[in-house]
Design a protein around this ligand. Structure first.
Ligand SMILES: [Zn+2]
Length: 445
């Protein structure tokens, strides 16, 4: 055991078993739901779960430590520790990196088995960015369902993929938007029969495609909503009968109204949400997942995507209005949940989520609120199958150790950090002794 920070080795954060907990003393601890940090903080964990979190006013009880242990395994005064992040809107079967239309079209011709293999290969990178949980937002090839089933097999045990859940194929209307990730309700005689089919296939939630998407050339949602209030409500109630939440893709004021009145758990995207609708979201304790990243990328890479000046200025206006809505929602106390729509054109898994957090902060949401939307707030609303997204006794040992303070600036999450996932330090970029100055190479500089 060695407490000299100059000789600190990240392997000291690791633990192999339930019998050998690790006790660290860190400079700051963000628990995922409190606005103020614990500083300094004691943290005790084993391979699977956190045993103790507390400030300097007390020491961890002896029965939670190794026999005879009186000092922390590591003292890390310059380190902030926080929970691994929850990505609440991603399409694991898609590769978000390419923006080239032809490359994306070809990718979608891969077989379900090939798509699954690609999705599996991406996991180590996703974990290394600090994302430990994904709520998949739909695919019709069963990739999300397979990954979710594998994730469920290691529930409460050491896992290789983290916590994943999936709605299977999203539900849309025949001939309307989203055939690449949804199956039509028209295949069934009723919304209830459609929901029963998804449940039988292993869905953890029900995903509705209630509207079209933004017409980038027009700068607005031009198609009428896909689903009425009554129809949304029928799906939501059927899902509830199976004990499942519903979430809905909705952009455009009319379509957003339908999904709010229909009673979904979260509204996805929500471009063109009105102030009155934000009030309803708050009053009914529904969540909003604003997904800035897929629209921002249309501006950032406009020339590659073929957008001219007039279209980009429309896109900028949409982002400005969306930012204003996010600021307002945050002030009003709407439950905001972070999700990047990773897998969409130009939004890679993992890094796209860090970009989303940056965009939320840029929009004017306080950084600590952005972090909560990616950890404790998300965990509290979304009913995941494991205790994740918080640092508290009993929660999973899925931690980010960083020399920076993401509660002051979330973009520092893109800089060097150590991920401790189920007891194993997995990130390539590791903490270095605090006395040795380091050069950041990965982040925004
Ligand atoms: Zn999506």
């Amino acid at each position: 055991m060695d407490n000299d920070p100059e000789l600190f080795d990240p392997s000291k954060l690791e633990t192999a078993s339930h019998e050998a907990p690790v006790w660290v003393h860190v400079g700051r601890l963000f628990d995922g739901h409190s606005n103020s940090l614990i500083s300094p903080a004691h943290l005790v964990y084993d391979a699977v779960k956190i045993r103790y979190v507390g400030g300097d006013d007390a020491s961890p009880p002896a029965n939670l430590l190794r026999p005879g242990q009186t000092e922390p395994d590591a003292k890390l005064p310059e380190i902030t520790v926080l929970p691994m992040l929850i990505e609440a809107h991603a399409h694991l079967f898609l590769d978000g990196t390419p923006v080239d239309f032809e490359v994306r079209r070809k990718y979608l011709t891969l077989s379900p088995e090939e798509l699954l293999a690609q999705a599996r290969n991406r996991w180590p990178e996703i974990l290394a960015t600090g994302v430990g949980t994904v709520r998949d937002a739909g695919d019709k090839d069963g990739v999300g369902l397979r990954l979710a089933a594998e994730s469920a097999e290691t529930r409460g045990q050491i896992s290789t993929t983290g916590t994943i859940d999936s709605p299977g194929a999203a539900i849309h209307h025949q001939g309307r938007y989203a055939s690449f990730m949804a199956r039509p309700v028209e295949e069934f005689t009723s919304p209830a029969a459609c929901v029963a089919d998804r449940v039988a296939r292993g869905a953890n939630r029900i995903k509705l495609i209630a509207t079209g998407i933004i017409n980038f050339k027009a700068g607005q949602v031009t198609a009428p909503p896909q689903m009425s209030v009554d129809e949304v409500r029928a799906f939501v109630e059927a899902a509830r009968e199976h004990g499942l939440q519903s979430f809905a893709h909705a952009s455009g004021t009319d379509g957003i109204e339908n999904v709010i009145e229909g009673g979904v758990t979260t509204v996805e995207h929500g471009f063109f949400v009105s102030r009155q609708q934000l009030s309803k979201l708050r009053d009914r304790q529904m969540g909003w997942v604003p997904t800035f990243a897929p629209v921002q990328v249309q501006i950032d890479r406009a020339s590659e995507l073929g957008w001219d000046q007039s279209i980009t200025s429309k896109l900028r206006r949409i982002i400005e209005e969306h930012s204003e809505s996010l600021r307002l929602a945050s002030e009003m106390g709407v439950t905001i949940i972070a999700g990047s729509d990773a897998g969409s054109c130009g939004v890679p898994h993992g890094l796209g989520f860090l970009r989303e957090l940056e965009l939320m902060q840029q929009a004017g949401m306080p950084p600590v609120e952005v972090l909560k939307s990616a950890t404790g707030t998300s965990a509290a609303l979304l009913d995941f199958s494991e205790p994740i997204g918080r640092l508290a006794p009993g929660c999973r040992t899925r931690l980010i150790f960083t020399r920076h303070d993401p509660t002051v600036d979330v973009t520092t999450l893109a800089r060097e950090k150590t991920i401790l996932f189920d007891g194993q330090a997995i990130a390539g970029s590791r903490l270095t002794p605090q006395t040795v100055p380091t050069v950041d190479t990965a982040g925004q500089g």
